[in-house]
Structure formats: C-alpha cells, structure tokens
Ligand binder design. Structure first.
Ligand code: GLA
Length: 392
C-alpha cells in the first residue's frame, strides 16, 4: 500500500494516463522533494548536510510502446503540472530551450543512456505536489522520478550514488544550475522516519533516526519564488572557490575559523563573509547531528537560528520575507528552532515545533506573516518520508 500522501497523485496520474493513451501504465514510481534541516550552501564545499525527504512527491507512470518501423524511437512524457508534452528522440537526446521544464527529464534520459541504459520507446505521465520554486527540490524530485522510471521500465536498478550523480549532472548540463549533490541524493537515499547525514566530500551517508512524536517539522512557504538559475547561486559558488584558492586548500573541509581570520586582510570582504558562513555551517551541521542523538533540542534550535543568521548576514541568500518568518517563529511559544531552507532568495523556512503545539504555531505564524508582508503563506507539517521507489 503506498502512503496516503502518494495515493491521490497515483490515482490522478493513472486516470490521466488512461485518458491520454487509452491503456493502463505498466509501472508507477514516486520520488520525494526534501527539506534541509541544516547544512546550507555547503554541499558544493565538501561539507555535511542534514536533509530529510518530505511527504510531497513527483509521481510518474509509464508504459513501453512497441517500436515499429513507422515511428522513430521516442519517449513521450506528458506533465499534468505543465499541461505540456515532451517528445524525446531516444537515439539523439538533445536539451531544449533554457527554462524548458522538459530539460530535467531529457537530461536524466541522456545520462542514463550514457551509462548504458537501453531505453525502449515509452509513454509517460507525471504529476507533482512538491511546490515549484519553494526550495523543496521540485526539480530534483522530477529528475529522480525520471531515473527511477527508467529503472522500472528496464527492470534494472543502478547504484543509488551513481543515480544521484546522473540527476545532478542533468541539472548542470541540461538545466544550467551548478547545484551540489544534496537534493538529488536526498530524493534517492532518504528513508522514512530518518534524516540523511550526507558527507558531501566522499558521498558517504548515515540515516539518523528522527521519529520523535513530540517534535513536528513545519514547513512554511513564504510564497516568494526563488530562481536559482538567476546567477546568484553560481556567484556564491565562485566566491567560495576564490576563498579556497586564497587559503591554498582544495576545499573548505577541515578549514578553521582561525585560518580564514589569518587571511582576512588578503580577502575581499565579501569573500571573507562567504567563507565564514561555510566554515561555521559545516561545524553547525555536525553539531546538530550530535545534539539530535542525545535529544538536546535547545541546542538544535540555537544552531538552526545561528544558521539562519549566517545565511542572512554572511552568505546573503535570505530575503525579507524569510527573515520575517524566522523572527515570528522565534517569538512563538512551542517553537524549538527555525531557519530558511534550500538555496534561498525566497522559498520556505523549516521550523521544529513541539508536536502538540504545531497547529497553533502554524496558525499564529501564518496570520502574523500575512499581516506583516501582505503575502499569504502556505504551510504543512511533514514526517521524514521514504526516498524514491517504484509503487506499481
Ligand atoms: C540548492 C542546490 C543544493 C544546495 C542548496 C543550498 O538546493 O540544489 O545543491 O547547494 O541549494 O544548500
């Protein structure tokens, strides 16, 4: 039995498949979005990240079609969300225009074929309830759903790390966002009731139990859209590279605050601030992972606030609306900690709340956020969900 959060999507995708293609799909897969508890903008700096999958998925259904001599080998993918059909020539996979949603799918098909997948012609339908542009990895969930669909259609399973890397490469080469590995790895690797502690240097990972019924994970969407391909993300990466060159190290891993302080005078002040965030955030992430093991919730909360402040003041990827949400959370009884999550420039905050207060806290923050900004937020509570899998 699929979880309740996927069932409605499955029904919708199946019905749409039948009406579009006049038959049932052979396979149905699901890949979740993610929320990152802490470890922001450190995945491309060889740091640690601590995401979990959320109960919001991209579901894809497909059926192989008989290759016949009249039609070329194509994959046809209809997105219910975009109300648009992507047609891919499987023997000559090319990316579409910049900004085209289909590039996420095409990029993954290209990567899978390069890795040796023998993809026969197929028809597919996709549907997602991961909010787009909310910093919850709607893109990664579509990429990982595509890779999982190919596995299901070809009755093969590829190594999860290789699968995450194919999806990340698709985002680099076909979408044009030089993202790190967190989002795709989270969508592939996460387990129900666990956080994923991912070491982005060697790509090793641990599943950390996170199923305390007294703690709820609240996600509030500022409804301010972020756009990572807008260039800011690439600029942050490039500032980090400047810092490591100056520090004469291969990456930030192992770099201390003392080391960056010692080079402060030689560094552009902006580059210094970026470096300070990265060094602090890598330490905060391992500290949270430790504090979680011993249920030190106050400490977890303080580290989340510190992460937000660092992203706001030093890495400069927050925005007014996210800051308002975090400050409102901080002033609300029952809140343990809160911070922006994901790439930034809008999107969501992640807030840990005492379980019995979750409904009241959500209502209170949302009401006051709307009063303060004039924007109506959306919010939901989620448990750590299961990573990508075949449902049918
Ligand atoms: C985006 C990227 C990730 C990561 C986060 C920031 O979500 O896709 O790789 O860098 O931003 O932590």
């Amino acid at each position: 039995m699929p979880e309740a959060s996927i069932s409605a999507l499955i029904d919708e995708v199946r019905a749409q498949f039948q009406s579009k293609f006049g038959t049932d799909p052979d396979v149905i897969v699901a890949a979740p979005g993610r929320v990152n508890l802490i470890g922001e903008h450190v995945d491309y700096n060889d740091g640690f990240v601590l995401p979990m999958a959320i109960e919001r998925y991209t579901v894809a259904a497909a059926r192989k079609i008989d290759a016949n001599t009249d039609t070329p080998d194509t994959a046809e993918v209809y997105s219910i969300d975009m109300d648009d059909t992507l047609t891919v020539a499987l023997d000559d996979i090319k990316k579409g225009e910049r900004g085209f949603w289909g590039n996420y799918v095409t990029g993954v098909l290209h990567g899978m074929v390069e890795q040796g997948a023998a993809i026969a012609p197929f028809q597919a339908v996709t549907r997602s309830n991961v909010p787009i542009g909310g910093g919850l990895s709607s893109s990664a969930s579509l990429e990982v759903a595509t890779a999982t669909l190919v596995e299901a259609l070809t009755s093969t399973s590829i190594d999860p790390v290789a699968k995450g890397l194919i999806c990340q490469q698709a985002e680099h080469d076909f979408v044009g966002v030089p993202c790190g590995i967190m989002d795709q790895f989270a969508s592939v690797l996460c387990q129900k009731d666990h956080l994923l502690l991912l070491d982005c240097m060697d790509q090793s990972f641990q599943h950390i139990p996170f199923a305390n019924p007294d703690i709820a994970v609240l996600i509030i969407n500022s409804e301010v859209k972020h756009e990572l391909s807008g260039g800011e993300y690439a600029q942050r990466r490039s500032s980090c590279e400047k810092a490591t060159r100056l520090l004469e190290v291969d990456s930030f891993r192992g770099v201390t605050m003392e080391q960056i302080q010692a080079k402060r005078d030689a560094m552009d002040p902006v580059v210094f601030k970026r470096a300070k965030h990265v060094v602090g955030e890598i330490a905060r992430t391992t500290d949270v992972a430790e504090a979680l093991k011993s249920n030190q919730w106050d400490k977890v909360g303080q580290l989340m606030y510190a992460s937000h402040e660092s992203l706001r003041d030093d890495f400069e990827v927050s925005c007014k609306e996210l800051d308002v949400l975090v400050e409102l959370a901080r002033a609300t009884e029952g809140v343990i900690g809160s911070r922006m999550t994901g790439g930034g420039f809008g999107g969501c905050t992640v807030t840990l709340v005492a379980g019995d207060k979750a409904a009241a806290v959500t209502e209170s923050i949302c009401e006051r956020y709307e009063q303060a900004t004039g924007v109506k937020p959306t919010a939901f509570v989620t448990r750590p969900a299961r990573g990508a899998h075949q449902v049918v």
